[in-house]
Design a protein around this ligand. Sequence first.
Ligand code: ZN
Length: 424
Amino acid sequence: MKLLLKNANLLDMVKDFPEIKKRDILIENNRIAEISEEINIDSDKIIDCKNNLVMPGFVNTHNHLAMSVFRGYKDDKSLMDWLNNAIFPVEDKFTEEDFYWNSYESCLELIQTGTTTCNDMYFGMKNIVKAIEDSGIRAVVSWCITDSSIGTKPEETLEYSEKFNNDENSRIKVYVSFHAPYTCNPDTIKLTVDLAKKAKTGIHVHLSETLDEENGIKEKYGKTPTEYLRDLGVFEVPVILAHGIHFSKSDIEIIKNINGGISHNPISNCKLASGICDVVGLRENGIKVGIGTDGTGSTSTLDMFEEMKLVAFLQKIKNMNPEAIKAYDILKMATIEGAKVLGLQDEIGTIEVGKKADMIIIDTKGLRFTPMNDIATTLVYSANGSDVLTTIIDGKVLMENRKFLVSDEELVKQHVRENAERLL
Ligand SMILES: [Zn+2]
């Protein structure tokens, strides 16, 4: 299968500064085969990108795909009240079908707004994996363990990791996960670490999200949540740490040495009033920081453009300095830096020959892009997810001119509406 993109204004995200080049891009099967000023070759499909921008798809580093059904449900609560009284009781009632259709809806929203890779953590895997496979998105998936669901088929994680992690052409990569320090005792966490080592993979976990978590763990164990995880061996494997808001100075010294990075989720953190992650400080310490949306319940939309804008604004306000972080840094966090957090930087995150063909075409002809004095600031401060025209993942065109080509959007929405009616 050969797919040819003609006349692209290419922002490949390779350099340390934004640079637009006029290029044709040839995709063969799932990889980028050639990038040149002009390519004339017989191909199965040609997309004319004239006057539009082609860039790497976004890498969304923290998701709970099956939570789409919670969009707008019991908002405006604190994290612990929201989890214990709104979310956990309903999640217990999820059927296999609920996991599938809710996850499918999230996948479609991600694809529609320019995300090509997501990183899921949830209480189940089979039907979420099926939704990921059917939608065409790329994903890291992890079975989330807590004290109350300990032992729920860790063997399934091993089976999936063996199936997917050893296949270089797989769109799915398997991690393991425990929910958070405050929902997992040392035995649960040790079990997860052992599972990660056995599966030769990493751990995805919520860490340092709220002050309640910090205070609770200090009271119970006499150490910070980060020290608690370090002492249980969590950082001996690659880690994706969601939130990372309340790190102490000594926590930073620990985090500096991890293999992996932080997933910063600004909308979720604002909505739940969890706090402001010190993105600038973490990056100054050489810690990789990607951007995530978190689940639909705590973020309401999975549009990475909205997250990018808020990353910038929060850091400027936190530092009371408009130069604290630049728009192009934010674009890097949303693409190649996010790929590094997930350990996928050799495959995705930039548009380069040999990498997997994950890219988006953005319509730059509208009012929000006129005039386009600076591509990075226009994308971060002006654009939104509805400017994404076409999304290509693993060499397949999943959405073209805003229309899904492989998924039935109406069918998926109908199922999620029915799920919401029954569950909520
Ligand atoms: Zn989360």
